[in-house]
Design a protein around this ligand. Structure first.
Ligand SMILES: Cc1cc2nc3c(=O)[nH]c(=O)nc-3n(C[C@H](O)[C@H](O)[C@H](O)COP(=O)(O)O)c2cc1C
Length: 312
């Protein structure tokens, strides 16, 4: 099995997950310079030029491979899809849907296409379209989530397709990274553990909330309404879920989430902001440079794999 770093040309077999409103060109470049594949998150961008500028800034700051994450339900997805071609981006990951209609254009431009899936059935559907790899993302992860856990999902995606599979969701230390390889993945995508990096541009209140979080401090809003998102528990998310269970309609619930990610990221509003985070938030204890987080993740993963092989 080829490791992800051999496929992507990175130092580590690790992808920094695209994070809407957070993963700027600067942040992606920092992650690429530190040995992962940095991804610019196009998800929260309000216009196409913003993506173009972020790509150009990233290019100016790193000579390492980087990519762009496109959320397919974004109204500008068609434009974003063209910009990555025009700007010579090397890797595209996609979230929330089926990128089928863009794949031919991206492959002709030599772009590596790596969709995120939350169930094996979508992976099976995408493989014949020519994707280069699949990210299997479990419900432990921060942000938009599916139902299946990483532990159950990854081996079933590995069995369903012949392309390399990358595990995402619930990976923040070497034990979990080793587990990802044990499940058949060729590497990992992480998001939550990088939120508490020095380079991550979220408000310091958001970072402080992550450092305070315990293992059970996340909650999924929108499980009933159809757009499940994992966030830290706070006044907004608790109230959202309470109203949701009480049968509130979608429009009624939207008033809680409208602008809430920006409130968390830029204003540090920890009471009514949407503090997207995965279940590993309880494992974060300090703010460190991205390079230190990634090096420890990889080195402790290697040590764990070596220790496990001695058991046999
Ligand atoms: C704050 C936050 C925002 C995210 N936004 C996106 C996004 O815009 N697009 C996407 O494909 N995934 C998004 N994700 C998921 C990550 O790319 C990654 O798959 C996930 O964080 C991995 O699980 P972990 O949080 O347990 O590390 C987001 C995750 C977080 C924590």
């Amino acid at each position: 099995m080829k490791l992800l770093n051999e496929i992507l040309g990175t130092k580590y077999p690790i992808i920094q997950g695209g994070m809407a409103n957070i993963a700027t060109g600067e942040f992606a470049a920092a992650c690429s310079n530190a040995g992962a594949l940095g991804l610019i998150g196009a998800g929260g961008m309000r216009d196409a030029d913003t993506l173009r500028e972020n790509i150009r800034r990233c290019k100016a700051l790193t000579d390492q491979p980087f990519g762009v994450n496109i959320m397919l339900m974004h109204p500008l997805a068609d434009e974003f899809a063209k910009i990555v071609v025009e700007e010579g981006v090397q890797v595209v990951t996609t979230g929330a849907g089926n990128p089928g209609k863009y794949i031919q254009m991206w492959k002709e431009a030599g772009i590596k296409v790596i969709p995120v899936v939350a169930a094996a059935v979508l992976a099976k559907h995408l493989e014949p379209l020519g994707v280069d790899a699949i990210i299997a993302e479990g419900t432990e992860s921060g942000g938009h989530v599916g139902e299946m856990t990483t532990m159950a999902l990854v081996p079933q995606v590995v069995d369903a397709v012949n392309v390399p599979v990358i595990a995402a969701g619930g990976i923040a230390d070497g034990r979990q990274l080793a587990a990802a390889f044990a499940l058949g993945a060729c590497g990992a995508q992480v998001g939550t553990c990088l939120l508490v990096s020095e380079e991550c541009p979220i408000h310091e209140n958001y970072k402080a909330a992550l450092l305070r979080a315990k293992d059970s401090d996340t909650i999924v809003t929108g499980r009933i309404g159809g757009t499940p998102v994992r966030v830290l528990k706070n006044r907004m998310s608790r109230e959202y879920v309470r109203q949701e269970k009480a049968g509130a309609d979608k429009m009624e619930l939207e008033k809680y989430t409208l602008g809430s990610l920006r409130r968390a990221v830029f204003e540090g509003d920890t009471a009514t902001g949407s503090l997207m985070a995965g279940q590993v938030a309880g494992m974060l204890h300090e703010v460190r440079p991205v390079a230190a987080i990634l090096e420890e993740l990889w080195e402790s993963g290697r040590q764990r794999m070596a220790a496990l092989s001695e058991l046999c």
